[in-house]
Design a protein around this ligand. Structure first.
Ligand SMILES: [Zn+2]
Length: 688
């Protein structure tokens, strides 16, 4: 083909003729169309250039077009007439008066054949474009850029690449865009941008750079042009891909949060090369991406988020493209990328997530469309939310490393480790996974841990190895721990802790050395602790407590039998209402929690080791219900999270200390299957 390409040096000086060429283009069109092609590529003069912009709707062989005319500053020009022809046959002629946009009726096209769109503006300018149509893509280019009928095959091969790219993107996002296709508009000035259903890419002196970048495309169809300014330039019939892939992604892919859109466009600019089988280009470009990450972010990973959001300037979108790439994984290219990295002098590169493959993105776009995020989330948290859903695990640790504001967990669990250490874990409901156990830097305990979460802090009470009670506070977002202070008093069991938000009181309830039941209050606003108050009655196990609107609820197992007792302490008048026996029996410590309707839930291990709960409506107990599956040989832990999901955690009935969790989904009313956490505990767990 090379010998058919023109001497491109003839381009010099042609640009000045641009207006003239445009004005006469239609008159010469028929000659142009049927004679051997004369390459008429011109550098457009910015001020004199007009571009026809088209957005197309696709339906089988039919197309509907929205046609407008713009100047380089993207200012619209009024139209008076639009004509569409194929060969010399007029297909459509539309008159209008001072229109900025003309909508054609649906008309039938023959795919792969050139059509001519001639537009007249109210100021007397006539502009002509050629367009080719494939199944989901239209290429529309100024007549002056068209190579002629002889190159139909090239244009159609080029379109078929875009057709494949478009279909790949649709496959990945999992739904068809509204227009059912994309229009590529080539404009006679330097530009690249995308709108709904169309994108624009321009011609300018910068064009050379794009050509060189993609010279591997359409091998064997290139010509060499010696540019006085740029030197040897390889021209592949002016059909280049990277900008087009980038803009195509902008049209098709609609990510959230919006600061990721540019990153997705950069990501697909590379990945479409790989997906379409142009590995060389992909590997080179992907290598560049890692290089950018290493150069700009380096070991200071917290710069990732500010870069992506554009707060640190260039190359923000490419940093985002890198992290998206990290989710996809490098697979077969990894070795070559590592070679590339080592050629840059690096021995390692950051990889934050396991290879989740392309399914990750498909799931992400599916969740974006089908699952509403909670209203109160900001952009960072929305990103964390949807990416975690797609990854099927909580990504808070990696998002924290990258400097994003993450979502606090829905649930924390605290357990005594097999080494008596104090361990905690966190759980995030939409992406059901536990983050992993972390040991609190200090302390050891003889029993399970008491924990209550309140306004960004987790308040903890434990029974020390010497039976003394210790109190500490853990900050949720920073993980900072105050250390332990002696609370006064001793206990034989796991303590209980709760907060009455209405009064700002924290309550500690313990089983004393005499099996008596003791309570102690802290006023949160002043930090003042009251002395221990002994309640009537006794217990042989850890007590349970919960508080709401001035009432402190306490449940205990009987001291000498398996009976279950419940009492209310009226906080404002410091008066205990006495114990009431609840039907049923348990061999272990009970637990209490309050749901969003104010019902008090009491959960126990039954005499058959099954797990039961009862609801108190303020007057009566509504009767025991069994959790459908599961059993345990210790007291269960229960909690209602912010969404009112009902969580239960137990240790295994086999006695090996394995830890299990499930919850009743508030939306469906169904229980999730039990999931086994890592690790083991010898004591009853705690949820908060
Ligand atoms: Zn872009």
């Amino acid at each position: 083909m090379e010998q058919h390409l023109p001497n491109l040096k003839s381009l010099e000086g042609v640009g000045d003729m641009n207006r003239l060429v445009i004005a006469f283009c239609f008159t010469i069109f028929l000659v142009f169309l049927f004679q051997s092609p004369f390459i008429r590529f011109v550098y457009a003069q910015e001020n004199g250039s007009y571009g026809i912009l088209i957005k197309t709707y696709f339906k089988d062989d039919y197309r509907q077009m929205l046609i407008s005319v713009k100047k380089p500053n993207y200012e619209g020009v009024k139209l008076s007439e639009v004509t569409i022809t194929k060969n010399d046959t007029e297909i459509l002629k539309l008159q209008c008066n001072q229109c900025s946009l003309i909508t054609t009726p649906w008309f039938k096209v023959i795919k792969g054949e050139p059509y001519l769109i001639k537009v007249k503006t109210v100021n007397g300018i006539v502009i002509t474009n050629v367009f080719y149509s494939s199944e989901h893509v239209i290429e529309s280019l100024p007549l002056d850029c068209w190579l002629g009928n002889e190159y139909n095959e090239n244009y159609n091969e080029y379109l078929s690449v875009f057709e494949t790219a478009y279909n790949k993107l649709i496959e990945i996002i999992g739904y068809e865009i509204a227009e059912k296709g994309v229009t590529m508009n080539r404009v006679p000035w330097s530009a690249a941008w995308a709108g709904d259903g169309f994108f624009v890419y321009g011609i300018s002196k910068d064009f050379h750079e794009l050509v060189i970048k993609n010279k591997l495309y359409l091998p064997g169809r290139s010509a060499v042009y010696n540019d006085p300014e740029y030197g040897e330039v390889v021209i592949d019939t002016k059909l280049v891909l990277d900008t087009r892939f980038h803009e195509l992604a902008h049209v098709v892919v609609d990510p959230y949060p919006s600061y990721l859109e540019e990153s997705f466009a950069c990501f697909f600019e590379i990945e479409l090369f790989r997906l379409l089988g142009y590995e060389e280009e992909y590997v080179t470009a992907a290598g560049d991406n890692i290089d950018r990450y290493i150069t700009y972010v380096g070991d200071d990973y917290e710069k990732t988020a500010p870069y992506i959001k554009g707060e640190l300037g260039w190359p923000g979108p490419w940093i985002g493209a890198y992290i998206i790439e990290d989710f996809i994984g490098y697979g077969e290219y990894e070795d070559r990328i590592l070679d590339y990295i080592s050629s840059l002098g690096y021995t390692e590169y950051p990889e934050f997530v396991n290879d989740m493959g392309w399914d990750f993105l498909t799931k992400y776009f599916n969740y974006l469309r089908t699952v509403e995020h909670p209203d109160e989330y900001n952009d960072d948290q929305i990103l964390h939310y949807y990416f975690s859903l797609a990854a099927d695990r909580d990504l808070s640790s990696v998002f924290e490393i990258w400097g994003f504001e993450t979502i606090l967990p829905d649930v924390y669990s605290f357990v005594k480790g097999m080494d008596n250490g104090i361990y905690f874990n966190s759980y995030w409901t939409p992406s059901p996974s536990w983050k992993g156990w972390e040991r609190l830097a200090r302390g050891a305990t003889a029993s399970g841990i008491a924990a209550i979460r309140h306004e960004g802090k987790i308040y903890l009470v434990v029974r020390g190895l010497n039976n003394r009670l210790y109190y500490g506070e853990l900050e949720e977002d920073t993980g900072r721990f105050t250390g332990w202070v002696h609370l006064g008093g001793v206990t034989l069991s796991k303590p209980a802790i709760t907060i009455d938000k209405s009064l700002g009181y924290m309550w500690i309830v313990v089983r004393g050395m005499d099996n008596g039941i003791y309570i102690k209050k802290r006023i949160l606003s002043t930090g003042i602790w009251t002395n221990w108050i002994k309640l009537p009655g006794a217990t042989s196990e850890a007590p349970a407590t919960a508080a709401l609107n001035g009432k402190l609820f306490i449940a205990v197992k009987g001291a000498s039998d398996n009976s279950i007792w419940f009492g209310v302490y009226f906080e404002e008048v410091d008066n205990f209402g006495g114990w009431v026996k609840v039907s049923g029996a348990t061999p272990s410590a009970p637990d209490l929690a309050i749901d969003h309707s104010g019902y008090v839930y009491l959960a126990v291990r039954g005499m058959d080791n099954k797990i039961y709960y009862n609801q108190f409506n303020g007057v009566n107990w509504l009767g025991w219900k069994r959790i459908p599956t599961g059993s345990t040989i210790q007291g269960p832990a229960i909690l209602f999270d912010d969404e009112n999901n009902f969580h239960i955690m137990v240790t295994s009935s086999s006695g090996d200390g394995s830890i299990y969790h499930c919850y009743r989904d508030v939306a469906t009313g169904t229980w999730t299957p039990w999931s086994k956490l890592s690790g083991k505990t010898p004591s009853e767990p705690e949820l908060t």
